[in-house]
Ligand binder design. Sequence first.
Ligand SMILES: [Zn+2]
Length: 195
Amino acid sequence: MVLRLYASGVPIDWLTLEEAAVLMSRRSEGAIVWTDGDGTHRLHGGTNALSGKQSYIDIPDVIGVAQHANTPLAYEHTGFNSALCKHREGLQCAYCGSSLSRQALTIDHVLPRSRGGRLSMLNAVACCQRCNSFKANRTPEEAGMALLLEPFVPTMAEVLYMMRPRQVTPLQLWYLRQQFRNAALRTYLSEALAA
Ligand SMILES: [Zn+2]
């Protein structure tokens, strides 16, 4: 995967090698301002019938693209998204800490919906079905449950990291880390890096 950022350093998204190759081929149009980690990835194309050689294109690890005046800078991901909510906690139950697949995790309103709790990144956590059923229409305090992680609105850099923590290259991580804000995530990261 290739990390696409605005030239200013604000991350946008992940590109597949194919998507990055298309962007590279349009380089003359000025979309790409700079690249880093040139030649990290190599995408192979077809074989030339005459020479018998397979074509390839070298693709950088990080691509910085132009930002237009009307492009909003999405520093934070403010809207609610259940997948992000689950990845924010590292695919773990926010109450008992058990690791589960994204499909197996449920979304819990910390302040229950029946008490006016809204579905937002600050009032929702991912948890296992067991904890969710046990907590029911109660606050964590009433249910005697503790949150292992305080819900937070992630930055785009945190979101992109959480989407695929194991596939991020050291260079990509360097760029993303500049905009990590959450202390829990930073601690988790430094532990993961030290391990
Ligand atoms: Zn649980």
